[in-house]
Ligand binder design. Structure first.
Ligand SMILES: Cc1cc2nc3c(=O)[nH]c(=O)nc-3n(C[C@H](O)[C@H](O)[C@H](O)COP(=O)(O)OP(=O)(O)OC[C@H]3O[C@@H](n4cnc5c(N)ncnc54)[C@H](O)[C@@H]3O)c2cc1C
Length: 463
């Protein structure tokens, strides 16, 4: 048994939410230990492009009220509204805090469902946006002398007199106890890799969704919370595909937003590719074998590589050919696509774009949402990426109040237990706006750290 240790606050999971929480605890003058189950920090955050939805910043002057309206619309007016209000109220301060910590956004982007370009982007010059946020926050932790334990998985929470008093961890085959005088903050990310939870809470067929998330997205925090009697929120509504993935490499690809069209195994287009990627993926789940190909040409490939999505979603298998019929033949031979129908689908789309600038079959008018002008697939070489619906995250998780306290099944706060980030449910409810997952992790992680640090010392942790 390794040595037990005492801290004011224990943070479980070192993604955006956990790193942000730990920095806040340290700056409040409390002692903090952050544990991470993997050998590297960052979780899904590190893999992400880190578009972050914020308002009233130097790059986006749009107001809280405007963002709130957009958020509630994206959440299909079915969410825990106090959390949406809290998000917009805390967004400007979080922008300033991130700037202080070295996170420098350089531009904004407008996704479908956004009335303004709310999504803030990092430069992406030396690394993906998520990796940059993680690097900045990790460096802030190190400067503050925070104790970071990697390859240390939280396996149980400890409780005494109805209060959570610490965490039992497993590191290199040994178990030890970390006692928390003020509180434990769960920031373990999502449950996209936990097939049991998906089967129990998702719609039939949801287990077909391929995860492209961090290895630690096992739902540990959800189970730890539930073991203390935590309530859960919006689990079923939140289990949805969010990104097309190449099954062979496990890499995501979104060439459709650079102009590609999506065709199913029958060689037919099946959706309006400019729609929110979640809607694109739900449509794809209903196609034969849930399989489709994104078809694009050389200029679209170059344009895609220049976007943040194109910088982060790379490394997928790409099929190249000198002409559309040649590409269709390869797709037919190697993957079973109907070649003639596929050639016809490309020709029909090109004709529509050439004659009216609009796709008549599904009413696509832009590349993404209401941005970008449609292009024909006209310049060789031509490419295809064969994919299935995958996911970058799920909504739904531990029920929290607006102090980030985990609520029990009766809605009462569980003493000493906080949560933030993808492990929580309620903020997104039944819908989702791009940039709000990293946003939620940063904004609510910050609050969870601050609130846990300010709690009075609890009962002596003597388990
Ligand atoms: C490819 C990709 C692109 C994305 N792009 C965007 C985007 O542009 N904008 C956006 O808003 N969202 C995006 N998302 C979603 C977003 O990245 C995540 O929802 C968000 O980063 C989650 O942050 P988190 O801190 O809650 O969890 P994570 O970043 O996943 O961190 C959780 C950490 O907890 C650790 N952990 C788990 N269990 C334990 C345990 N028992 N003990 C100790 N540690 C544990 C994990 O290993 C992990 O490091 C994307 C996701 C992916 C995969």
């Amino acid at each position: 048994m390794a040595e037990d240790q005492d801290f004011d606050v224990i943070v479980v999971g070192a993604g955006a939410a956990g790193l942000m929480a730990a920095v806040e605890v340290a700056d409040a003058g409390a002692s903090v230990c952050i544990v991470e189950s993997e050998d590297e920090v960052g979780g899904s955050t590190r893999l992400s492009g880190a578009y972050v939805t914020l308002c009233e910043t130097e790059l986006q002057l749009g107001s809280r009220e405007e963002l709130l309206e957009d958020l509630l619309h994206s959440h299909q007016d079915d969410c825990q509204e106090d959390l949406s209000r809290l998000y917009v109220d805390e967004a400007p301060g979080t922008w300033r805090r991130l700037d202080e910590l070295g996170v420098k956004f350089v531009r904004t982007f407008q996704f479908a469902h956004m009335s303004k370009p709310w999504a803030h982007e990092l430069s992406g010059e030396s690394m993906g946006g998520g990796a940059e946020i993680v690097a900045c926050l990790k460096s802030a932790l190190m400067k503050r002398g925070v104790t970071l334990l990697t390859s240390a998985r939280a396996v149980r929470l400890m409780q005494r007199e109805q209060r959570v008093t610490g965490v039992e961890i497993e590191k290199e085959g040994h178990r030890s106890k970390l006692h928390a005088r003020r509180g434990v903050v769960i920031t373990t990310g999502g449950f996209t890799r936990n097939v049991d939870l998906i089967r129990n809470f998702g719609r039939p067929g949801s287990e077909m969704i391929l995860p492209m998330t961090g290895e630690g997205s096992r739902g540990d925090g959800l189970l730890l919370g539930m073991s203390m009697g935590a309530g859960i929120a919006y689990m079923m509504a939140g289990i949805a595909p969010t990104a097309p993935i190449d099954e062979e490499t496990g890499k995501g690809v979104m060439a459709v937003y650079a102009g590609a069209i999506a065709v199913n195994l029958a060689g037919h287009r099946f959706t309006r590719e400019s729609d929110l990627y979640i809607d694109l993926c739900w449509s794809a789940l209903r196609q034969p074998k849930a399989t489709f190909a994104q078809i694009y040409d050389a200029p679209m490939r170059t344009a895609y590589a220049d976007t943040m999505m194109g910088k982060v979603l790379t490394g997928y298998r790409e099929i190249e050919a000198g002409s559309v019929p040649e590409l269709a033949d390869i797709l037919s031979r190697d993957f079973g696509f109907a070649a003639d129908a596929l050639v016809d689908a490309v020709a029909e789309y090109n004709n529509d774009v050439a004659s009216s600038g609009i796709d008549n079959r599904f009413g696509r008018t832009n590349l993404v949402g209401t941005s970008g002008t449609l292009r024909q697939l006209g310049s060789a070489p031509f490419y295809a990426a064969v994919c299935r619906p995958g996911t970058t995250h799920f909504n739904g998780g531990l029920s929290i109040d607006n102090a980030m306290r985990v609520r029990d099944v009766f809605g009462e706060p569980i003493e000493g237990l906080y949560a933030a980030g993808e492990v929580t449910g309620g903020f997104h409810g039944a819908g989702y706006m791009s940039g709000t997952f990293v946003g939620m992790a940063l904004i609510f992680g910050r609050l969870a750290g601050r609130n846990a640090a300010s709690m009075p010392h609890g009962v002596a942790a003597d388990e």
